[in-house]
Design a protein around this ligand. Structure first.
Ligand code: PEP
Ligand code: MG
Length: 312
């Protein structure tokens, strides 16, 4: 099945009836670009910049940041690159940015944009390095903040981006409050990207680092689909960059919910491209409706698949 999917699936992502769904790669830095290009990524949908900051007691220099960012930006002259600003804290602890005090629940503590607001110099240095790295390049640079909870946080981040000369600010939708009130955040930014890993963690109150809770960390949970729906219909382009996008059936469901692009680890791109190419947008919509009508994750998966005849 994989070989025929690989043969069938090349070129830009689209449904059977030609509805374009850009397929993008999640990368952790320049080292991941070969795989992204080899699997036909149309750009980067999530550049996790934490890797540049891991295992060090001081942040990387401005030049080091600029160099790493430029390498990724240069790989997609015709495409787009979505960079996520530093997501420090919780499952991504960084030595030079420890939480300000004892945190009994780090996933609910200072992480992501919350940490950036406590250390504004880290954010402004990163945004400035991104602006310099993109100067003179044709790629569309989009920059998004992790762990945004409400419209005020989205407005703060968009303001910081524009001050740094970054024209396309967005936010991740990974907190249920932001998903439920996506309509309030939409006027502040140019795009959303749903982080289904964290959105599932927070929707089901199941720490993603606790292995025994795997059954609750399932993005097929109908509650998670119910949270993606308002984000995908809030009036700004809405991608998905969590693991959910790499599941071919769930990718079709997400498109049926109104999601406009999908980003995943590069090896997953061919099977997702093939799954989309075998189904119409209408089939994706019916699969999404059926999944949301189910009462369990397993039920949602089964209901969706019954509307997606092209899946093996
Ligand atoms: C997510 O939360 O779904 C996501 C894409 O980001 P990360 O896994 O890096 O938190
Ligand atoms: Mg996340």
């Amino acid at each position: 099945a994989r070989d025929s999917a690989l043969a069938e699936a090349s070129g830009p992502g689209a449904t059977k009836d030609g509805h374009a769904v850009p397929l993008l790669a999640n990368v952790g830095g320049p080292k991941d670009l070969d795989a992204a290009l080899a699997n036909g990524a149309e750009g980067v949908g999530l550049y996790r910049t934490e890797f540049l900051f891991l295992d060090r007691s001081v942040p990387p220099s401005d030049e080091e940041q600029e160099d790493a960012y430029r390498k990724v930006l240069e790989a997609f002259p015709e495409g787009r690159v979505v960079v996520r600003t530093l997501d420090a804290g919780a499952d991504k602890p960084l030595a030079f940015l420890p939480p300000p005090g004892e945190e009994p629940n780090p996933a609910l503590g200072e992480r992501g944009l919350r940490m950036a607001r406590r250390h504004p110099g880290v954010l402004t240095a990163q945004l400035a390095a991104l602006a310099r790295a993109s100067a003179g390049l044709s790629v569309k640079l989009q920059v998004m903040a992790p762990m945004v909870a409400d419209a005020a946080e989205a407005a703060f981040f968009a303001g910081a981006c524009r001050e740094a000369g970054i024209e396309h600010p967005g936010v991740m939708i990974e907190v249920p409050a932001a998903a439920l009130r996506a309509r309030d955040l939409a006027p502040e930014v140019e795009f959303f990207s749903v982080g289904t890993n964290d959105l599932t963690q927070y929707a089901c109150a199941a720490d993603r680092q606790v292995g025994g809770l795997a059954h609750l960390q399932d993005p097929w949970q109908p509650a998670v689909l119910d949270l993606v729906a308002p984000a995908a219909s809030a009036g700004v382009p809405c991608g998905v960059c969590g693991e959910a996008a790499a599941d071919p059936a769930l990718a079709c469901v997400l498109v049926g919910l109104g999601v406009t692009s999908l980003s995943m680890s590069a090896p997953s791109l061919p099977l997702v491209r093939a799954a989309l190419a075998r189904h119409t947008l209408e089939e994706c919509r019916r699969a999404a409706e059926a999944a949301r009508a189910a009462r369990s994750a397993a039920g949602a998966r089964e209901a969706a698949r019954s509307h997606l005849p092209g899946l093996a």
